[in-house]
Design a protein around this ligand. Structure first.
Ligand code: M6R
Length: 602
């Protein structure tokens, strides 16, 4: 949450900072700002405003200077207004902050600065604290200040009397650094600076980066120089634009056959699942007797699909936990527990903290992550990357389907190693998995039909989704997609549960979306559809082609795969449904209100 960028070098900073902020806008878009060292005035000047980066671009037209920091905000402390936007300047110190400082009020009290603060933010207090310690030694001031902070922070810092130099420090919230012949760069996210160099590093926690035009020097809090581990970017960031699509979400939906193929095919050897390339030891799959999936939102829904297929195929019990609740519920963990964390960004703080908690208690760990080198990937004993490429739209689509694809791979591997599937059965499972990209493509080819169906939802205030078995977790994801981008209140129910209360809400004003992909549950689901129709609901049905029959009208037939593999095509159809409702309502599909792509606050 919140995007940070910094640059010092030989070019004008304004364009680099604003371009970076535009890229980072998906981390938060309440307000934006930049601070640049002005060569004529000999001080750091701040330009900032509430609203999107476009507004800042208009305001920052004549900013001059070759070093600066920038920020795009997702509000935590203090409302959305110019004063609360970053950067914050206090005395000699100007900074941008990502994270939350929990003891900021006590620090402000102790410094006696209440009447000098211009914002309600925790971040301005950090600037004041560093300024309070500053007596010409920037690193000492920063170290002394951050030792007093409780909470999380990624900070980009400038001093009025140190032209063309930046400093960065972090706890939990990431800071990425890179350089080229034109200068040195920092950012909260590789997406913002990846175009300047393929080689980058993640600033280690509780170390300081001193960034000059030609070099980035990292030292620990005792002054010892550190050589951070260099990483290489393997995403094609230069080609990660929207192309001809009106929104990233549509582009990312359309990319799914390709990225699912990439996720699966590199992990098949002689028809069997193979994690040799990622050094995942077989023992992780054979020695556990229980699995705990930890994730948030869409990633957690991927975990629910994983639970369904792993329990059924491998006979290993799986619990799926909301990361934000996990460690407060006295979870049962032992050395036979395999924790699987799922995260697109690899930075979601709730998931990260839950992972650390489980590892401290002896669990083995495996993470399914999209962003290479992200914190969750680094904190986990084993990582399987999803190969989805950059996902920019806040609503997750290709990250979800590739996470599910990895769960199928894990399931096949585990079932094979544990003797639950023999070689021929495992090869059959993998062959069915390999059919998913084509099935998804066939839905994408018919997206106009789904667009047409979406018209009936445009004026709805509430919608319900019903399904049984594997269709229920698929609908939890479908419902999240619809509500987050179209602002229609939507709820998914296991169809049989509806009549235990919620059916009271069904009227002729509440459209119901019904999913029917599970053969053995077909007749019961048809009865549940009848029940809501009897209460006046209009029902849109998505039915697996071979299950279509005269008992129920089919609105859209889904391509045929075996029951357990229907989760991906079903959700892709629902992604399109949500997308068309949102875009036809004229909403900002990629940046829904109140949301941010990367959730780095608890
Ligand atoms: O980066 P993560 O996968 O850890 O993010 C977790 C959730 O915030 C995320 O899946 C969220 O629910 C989706 N962006 C919603 O579409």
């Amino acid at each position: 949450m919140c995007g940070i960028i910094g640059y010092t070098g030989y070019s004008e900073a304004r364009g680099i900072l604003l371009k970076g902020l535009k890229t980072l806008e998906y981390r938060g878009y309440d307000s934006a700002g930049i601070a640049v060292f002005h060569p004529n005035f000999n001080e750091v000047l701040v330009t900032k405003c509430e609203g999107r980066v476009e507004k800042l671009m208009e305001k920052a037209g004549d900013v001059k200077g070759t070093s600066g920091i920038g920020h795009t905000r997702w509000a935590t402390h203090g409302g959305v207004c110019d004063a609360n936007s970053h950067p914050h300047k206090f005395g000699n110190v100007t900074l941008v902050h990502n994270g939350i400082i929990e003891n900021y009020a006590a620090i402000a009290n102790q410094l006696g600065i209440a009447n000098k603060l211009r914002s309600q933010t925790d971040s301005e207090v950090v600037a004041a604290l560093i300024d309070n310690y500053y007596d010409g030694d920037p690193k000492a001031a920063i170290i002394n200040a951050v030792k007093e902070l409780s909470g999380t922070f990624g900070l980009g810092i400038m001093f009025d009397d140190i032209p063309n130099e930046l400093f960065a420090v972090r706890n939990v919230s990431p800071i990425i650094c890179c350089k080229n012949e034109d200068g040195c760069y920092i950012a909260s996210d590789i997406m913002a600076i990846g175009e300047y160099s393929e080689d980058y590093f993640v600033l280690p926690e509780f170390s300081i980066a001193h960034i000059t035009r030609d070099n980035i020097e990292v030292s620990d809090f005792n002054g010892n120089i550190i050589e951070p581990k260099m990483l290489t970017l393997d995403w094609d960031i230069k080609n990660s634009g929207k192309k001809d699509y009106p929104f990233y979400m549509e582009k990312e939906i359309m990319e799914q056959p390709d990225v699912i193929t990439k996720t699966i095919e590199s992990r098949i050897n002689n028809g069997l699942p193979d994690f040799t390339a990622e050094n995942v030891d077989d023992s992780i799959f054979t020695e556990c007797d229980n699995i705990t999936v930890i994730a948030c939102g869409t990633a957690m829904h991927a975990g629910l699909i994983g639970k369904h297929i792993i329990e059924k195929t491998c006979g290993v019990p799986v619990t799926v936990n909301m990361a934000s609740e996990y460690m407060y519920n006295d979870p049962i963990i032992n050395e036979k527990t395999l924790v699987i964390c799922v995260s697109q960004s690899g930075e979601t703080i709730d998931t990260l903290e839950a992972l650390k908690y489980a590892r401290r208690r002896g669990a083995r760990s495996l993470s399914i992550v999209n962003v290479k080198g992200s914190t969750i990937a680094r904190e986990s004993e084993n990582v399987i990357y999803t190969n989805a490429g950059p996902e920019i739209a806040v609503a997750s689509t290709k990250a979800y389907t590739t996470q599910v694809a990895v769960f199928y791979l894990i399931c096949a591997k585990m079932a094979y190693l544990r003797g639950r599937l023999d070689e021929a059965q495992t090869a059959h499972f993998m062959a069915e998995l390999q059919k998913i990209p084509a099935a998804v493509q066939s839905i994408l080819n018919r997206r106009d039909e789904i667009h047409h169906l979406s018209n009936s939802l445009l004026t709805a205030e509430h919608a319900f989704m019903i399904g049984r078995g594997l269709d229920y977790p698929s609908l939890l994801e479908a419902s999240l997609k619809l509500k987050e981008i179209s602002y229609i209140h939507s709820e998914a129910f296991a169809s049989g549960e509806l009549k235990h209360g919620t059916i009271a809400l069904i009227t002729d004003q509440t459209p119901v979306i019904a999913l029917l992909t599970q053969e053995k549950l077909m007749s019961k689901q048809v009865s549940n559809i009848r029940e809501v129709q009897s209460r006046g609901a209009d029902v849109i049905t998505f039915i697996r082609k071979s299950l279509v029959n005269k008992d129920v009208e089919c609105s859209f037939d889904l391509p045929d795969l075996e029951d357990d593999f229907m989760a991906v095509p079903a959700v892709v159809a629902m992604q399109l449904l949500a997308y068309y409702v949102s875009s036809d309502k004229g909403l900002d599909v990629d940046k829904p209100r109140n949301l941010a792509k990367v959730v780095t606050v608890e």
